[in-house]
Design a protein. Structure first.
Length: 132
């Protein structure tokens, strides 16, 4: 993680993880930005984490709230869908694609699986509904 020693790393994790669990990403970023330089072994690691959190702040859920609402706190379903939509085809055929190509394949395949491709190609619309 870029800290000087396991003890400092664990202290940092104990401080940051609850903030992220409760959806307090800005506070987690602030905490990381204010770690004393004397405790940091590799500031590049810390900066990468800060940059990642900043870039993805709108996508980082409040896991505590999701738990209280009895919602799933796992990406298993999303990962399985990706496997069905893209990965299986690429792995089976030994393909290696750029992110843009994989994303486009995922979009088209998902439209087909959800029987939405006619609506998309005719009206440029996709009906969204919550999964059961």
């Amino acid at each position: 993680m870029g800290m000087k020693g396991r003890k400092l790393r664990n202290e940092t994790l104990r401080a940051v993880m609850p903030l992220l669990w409760h959806g307090l990403t800005n506070k987690a970023i602030s905490y990381l930005e204010n770690i004393p330089a004397s405790e940091i072994k590799d500031d590049n690691h810390i900066q990468k984490l800060i940059d990642y959190l900043g870039r993805n702040i709108s996508s980082i859920p409040n896991y505590d709230m999701r738990k209280r609402l009895n919602l799933r706190n796992s990406s298993n379903v999303g990962e399985k869908m990706n496997d069905l939509v893209v990965s299986n085809r690429q792995k089976k055929n030994g393909m290696s694609w750029a992110k843009k190509g994989s994303l486009n394949l995922a979009i088209i395949t998902t439209l087909k699986i959800n029987d939405e491709y006619h609506n998309w190609f005719r009206n440029k619309e996709v009906k969204f509904s919550l999964a059961a």
